[in-house]
Ligand binder design. Structure first.
Ligand SMILES: [Zn+2]
Ligand SMILES: [Zn+2]
Length: 144
């Protein structure tokens, strides 16, 4: 870590490296089917950053992109297949999986898309049915 408030991230093999800096816009867990299927896991621990917070420092030409819907451009390393981040152009945010920025102090504040959950997590955090109102969702809260 070179600067305070700047954290290094990398793909599974390390060919693609990047930094995130400043404060994330939000941190939490997404339970939606797309995140679960893409990440091949029951829940996705995510951090959301403004576009200017993210800088690719190595291997930018080794990043490929897949978009199943215009809301999400999912990016991964062409060498190892490891995920690096997902761009959400409509929100002006990048979603960086907490797992690929291991030194970043992940402090989740909420669960989103809990109506699609397959793994229920009783941690006392708010469980949003879909996504927050300010991001275009209902903002409704579900029981754990
Ligand atoms: Zn890689
Ligand atoms: Zn999701």
């Amino acid at each position: 870590m070179s600067n305070e408030g700047s954290y290094e991230g990398r793909c599974f093999c390390g060919a693609v490296q990047f930094t995130v800096s400043g404060e994330p816009a939000a941190m939490g867990y997404c339970h939606c089917e797309s995140c679960r299927h893409w990440s091949a896991s029951p829940v996705n621990a995510l951090t959301l950053w403004k576009l200017e917070s993210l800088t690719i420092t190595q291997g930018a030409d080794g990043v490929d992109t897949y978009s199943k819907s215009p809301q999400a451009y999912r990016k991964w390393c062409k060498t190892c297949g490891g995920h690096v981040f997902t761009e959400h152009p409509g929100l002006g945010l990048f979603d960086v999986a907490a797992a690929v920025i291991p030194d970043f102090p992940f402090k989740p504040g909420l669960h989103v898309n809990y109506q699609e959950a397959v793994l229920h997590i009783k941690d006392g955090l708010p469980k949003l049915k879909d996504i927050p109102k300010e991001m275009g969702g209902s903002g409704d809260i579900l029981p754990e």
